[in-house]
Unconditional design. Structure first.
Ligand code: SAM
Ligand code: SF4
Length: 345
């Protein structure tokens, strides 16, 4: 197969994506990253979009086998932030010039329809900022209410497009339901993010190719691809973490296939690989999601151990992030960073 021709193919097949994921020679892998960088530049430009993340509750009623927040993990101390604390943190994010916040939590229905609506409305009333929700699978009516309240985007990773593995990883939940939620969110007009983990037990490169094609079929606005990192006191605690290079290759292949989507250089990648963030940004990524969860809580949102930046103060972390971005010759966006699909229309 001629690699250059393949990298310029507008419509890669499953086998061709697998071929890219299996590349081993250094020069060929560099070619893959270079092409992903070109496609990123063409469809998304040079700006890097920041999303300030607030992890406001680590309570979860689900039992995903891979996640440190799973309900059956009795070893972690649970917390919930108040509405005032969440709104105050949104203000801090805004004061750093960041124009998107991500409200993330376990599936925690103590934050009911009205409470989440109130938080969204209160933030949108005061600040010109986009809101991404990442609250797991909630009710269809709730999604609708939160859209009315002003939410802009929803991040709900499909985790794996392999039905059998999905049921295994998510304690018998169904991939078809996840897909229905994702489709409904799109129908409501949310900009939708999905994505998957790399290096999960029993996962093959064919599964990863299917994950990328799943994102294509769903026409997502963002694809978040991160390495799996084993968390203590979970069924997968003794597994190996996902491979950083395979994660980078998957992100690059996703960029070439999906083109006009946002792709984050994730904290998980940065946690297992020195300069993981930079490598991601050089190979197709265009988004960074700095953590603004206040200090007393941040250390308790233990999806996985060894999260980079867990002790950093927001101000210092932000300054260091700016330097890292400038060193790449890129610049931080001052816009809300809506989906490239919307902005190119
Ligand atoms: N509860 C919501 C949900 O599941 O969509 C949002 C919070 S959940 C902690 C956010 C993401 O964390 C998941 O979509 C999953 O991909 C990721 N995650 C969970 N456990 C992980 C692990 N051990 N390693 C890497 N990422 C993980
Ligand atoms: Fe809960 Fe999300 Fe973790 Fe699953 S991945 S256990 S839904 S927080």
């Amino acid at each position: 197969m001629n690699l250059d021709e393949l990298l310029h193919n507008e419509n890669l097949s499953r086998d061709e994506i697998v071929y890219l994921l299996n590349l081993e020679r250094r020069e060929e892998i560099s070619q893959l990253f270079q092409r992903a960088d070109e496609v990123r530049k063409k469809f998304c430009g040079d700006e890097i979009h920041l999303r300030g993340v607030i992890e406001f509750s680590n309570y979860c009623s689900c039992n995903c086998l891979y996640c440190g927040l799973r309900e059956d993990n009795f070893s972690i101390e649970r917390f919930r932030m108040t509405a005032d604390e969440i709104i105050g943190t949104a203000k801090l994010i805004y004061s750093h010039g960041i124009r998107t916040i991500v409200l993330q939590s376990g599936e925690d229905t103590i934050y009911d329809t009205d409470l989440i609506s109130f938080i969204i409305y209160s933030i949108k009333k005061e600040f010109d900022i986009a809101i991404t929700l990442s609250l797991g699978q909630r009710g269809f009516q709730e999604y609708q209410s939160w859209k009315y309240a002003g939410a802009d985007r929803y991040l709900l990773k499909h985790e794996t497009a392999n039905e059998k593995l999905y049921e295994k990883y998510r304690d018998n939940l169904k991939l078809a339901d996840r897909l229905n939620h994702l489709r409904y969110l799109k129908k409501l007009g949310y900009q939708v993010g999905s994505g998957n983990m790399i290096g999960m037990p029993l996962q093959t490169v064919e599964d990863i190719a299917d994950d990328i094609l799943f994102c294509k079929e769903l026409d997502v606005d963002m694809a978040a691809i991160c390495p799996f990192i084993p968390a203590p006191f979970t069924p997968y605690q003794n597994r190996k973490h996902g491979d950083a290079l395979l994660t980078l290759k998957s992100m690059a292949a996703a960029r070439i296939v999906l083109k006009d989507v946002h792709i984050p250089a994730t904290t998980a990648l940065d946690s297992i690989e020195e300069d993981g963030r930079e490598q991601g940004l050089k190979g197709g990524a265009n988004v960074i999601m700095p953590n603004f969860t206040p200090m007393p809580y941040r250390g308790k949102y233990t999806i996985y151990p060894g999260k980079r930046g867990i002790h950093d103060e927001p101000k210092a972390a932000f300054a260091s992030l700016q330097k890292r971005v400038e060193a790449l010759g890129r610049k931080i966006s001052v816009s809300k960073g809506d989906s490239p699909k919307l902005t190119s229309e």
